[in-house]
Design a protein around this ligand. Sequence first.
Ligand code: SAM
Length: 282
Amino acid sequence: MSKLTDINYVKGVLSRHGFTFSKALGQNFLINPSVCPKMAEMSGADESTGVIEIGPGAGVLTSELAQRAAKVVAVELDKRLLPVLSETLGDYDNVKVVNDDAMKLDFHELIREEFGDRDVIICANLPYYITSPIIMRLLEEKLPIRSLTVMVQKEAAERICARPGTRASGAISAAVHYYSDPKLLFKVSAGSFLPAPKVDSAVIRLDILHEPPVQVTDEAKFFQVVRAAFLQRRKTLSNSLSAGLSLPKSEINEKLTQAGIQLTARAEEMTMQQFADIAALL
Ligand code: SAM
């Protein structure tokens, strides 16, 4: 068993390095010893896999990944954690820590240089302030990866995994389902973190699809329609699309009727196919 499952060891290293948690960087470190092994196991990391981790923190999840995968590249923005990680991950020769911003880093280049033809997955306990933008960035860039296993706030997990056409769905559900097959793996209580956040979290896995589930001729337009549809989710689709796309309501209504969609429908009732039909008509 890794010494990193011992919270007193981790606290000791952090305090020896004078580390203080930054709220702005979303630093809530996992201290529940059962979560990281489970998350690493369910990510599918094995001896043939390369793993990219975003935000290793003190390296608790990193060490679990390193025990299972061929190689782990961990991208950490906070320079203050570099000496901590050198100490906690010193025993692993298959881990590389990169000091960079995951919102700016060129992941295509990183994968080419660090993993070559290897199967690659991403596994991370994401800083909550960039949950949606980082997930969307990683999906939209069409990286040669097999899956993304990430810990996010429970509500975000439920929204991301909700099937388009169901009540809990939102713009991110449609976007995520366009690129992947998302699953909620397990929930994690707020008390599993140091410091404890206000809300519970959940681990989700997004298995990347080789083909999108619907045929879309213009992806930019498809996503523009999805975003506009959910801008005012309490209003009818007709109103939100008219406002969000700056088009006259009469034109929107004509296209919705053409697509066989009721004018009283709301965005959350739309399936992926219906969003694709609307985008194709507009
Ligand atoms: N993986 C650790 C764990 O589970 O205990 C820490 C997770 S903590 C929720 C998020 C981590 O992401 C922190 O280490 C934080 O410094 C790092 N981080 C925040 N913003 C980042 C960014 N833009 N790029 C890379 N890492 C970032």
